[in-house]
Design a protein around this ligand. Structure first.
Ligand code: TUI
Length: 314
């Protein structure tokens, strides 16, 4: 067992969160992760509030364990989803792609533990000041919307400016990554890409296959010109998007090119027009497994490594 303040804080068995993957992390996946002893998270992504409420209720019907909701703050429905999370009294709200300060009071009033993703030291300080319960320090190895810093560089700097529990995210796929996160000062981890291969993850079979076959250089970051860089698999869509980004195409047309691309990847497996979000660790995802087995395997490997760590010093 690897004891963690996070387990005491949230009443979970393992200090391991499932990332709030837009269009992917539904009530079924979140419940499977929570039933496996981690913290499952329903992703709101760009979906309207009522979809999110439905998924929260599906998760609640499938597990008695705590689970969370991830609110993507760039979503046009962020206000609505933020209110619904409070109404449904989920255990945890995680946030991404922005600053959730304006919702903190409402969530705290509903007894919700707020655990924002931070991609910088400034945001870590601000979130500590406004009453977050823990922080997720996510490096740019992760899939989806990425910040500037790597996990290796971000996690210790975040740990240096907060007394809150810190989870490391980005580039973690197995027990070695978890053990490394502990060495950097984290007391928990969040994994997204590794859960794409979970049996309970209902993405299109083409998406799963692309992840299982991915190599070390399989991902690419697009969208820098528009100010929201996104890491995804290097598919035809990603290559064409990069080309357009470096062309004279106006910003609004470029924005248009990406619209609906996440849904096309997740639901249709559309390799031409879909954007297959993935972290850099895709190459380390090797087989389909139940979510509970993923969690157990990762945490057991981490425990073995951490127990043996003293052999490195004399
Ligand atoms: O949010 C994510 N990953 C995501 S969001 C997403 S959906 C999307 N769709 C289209 C375009 C963009 C996104 C897919 N993947 N990860 C958490 C994360 N948060 N990474 C970086 C940040 C972040 C960035 C800036 C957190 C706070 C922040 O603050 C900015 C500010 O307001 O100062």
């Amino acid at each position: 067992m690897i004891p963690s303040r996070l387990c005491d804080l949230l009443g979970i068995q393992y200090p391991l969160f499932q990332g709030g993957m837009a269009w992917i992390a539904d009530g079924k996946l979140a419940a499977a992760v929570s039933n496996g002893g981690g913290l499952g998270v329903v992703a709101a992504g760009n979906a309207p509030g009522e979809y999110v409420r439905e998924q929260i209720r599906i998760a609640a019907s499938l597990t008695d364990k705590p689970f969370g909701v991830n609110i993507m703050l760039m979503s046009p429905f962020a206000d609505e989803v933020a209110r619904i999370a409070a109404e449904e009294r989920v255990a945890v709200v995680t946030t991404g792609a922005g600053n959730p300060a304006k919702y903190m009071e409402m969530w705290q009033g509903a007894d919700i533990k707020v655990i924002p993703v931070v991609a910088s030291v400034a945001m870590a300080k601000l979130m500590t000041r406004v009453g977050a319960s823990a922080l997720i320090a996510e490096g740019g190895e992760s899939g989806g919307h990425v910040g500037e810093l790597t996990t290796m560089v971000l996690v210790p700097q975040v740990c240096d400016v907060t007394d809150l529990p810190v989870l490391a995210a980005g580039g973690i796929a197995d027990g070695r990554g978890v053990a490394a996160a502990w060495m950097l000062g984290a007391c928990g981890v969040q994994m997204g890409t590794r859960f794409l291969s979970a049996y309970e993850c209902s993405i299109h079979p083409t998406y799963k296959e692309k992840i299982l076959k991915a190599g070390d250089l399989a991902t690419i970051v697009t969208g820098k010109r528009l100010g929201h860089p996104v890491r995804s698999l290097r598919t035809q869509f990603a290559r064409e998007y990069i080309k357009a980004e470096y062309s004279s195409m106006p910003d609004d047309e470029l924005e248009e090119l990406g619209t609906g691309a996440l849904r096309l990847a997740v639901q249709e497996g559309d390799l031409q027009k879909g954007c297959f979000l993935s972290g850099q660790i895709a190459a380390m995802v090797k087989r389909e497994q139940p979510a509970a087995d993923i969690i157990r395997e990762v945490m057991e490997q981490a425990e073995t490594i951490l127990k043996g760590a003293s052999k490195w010093v004399k």
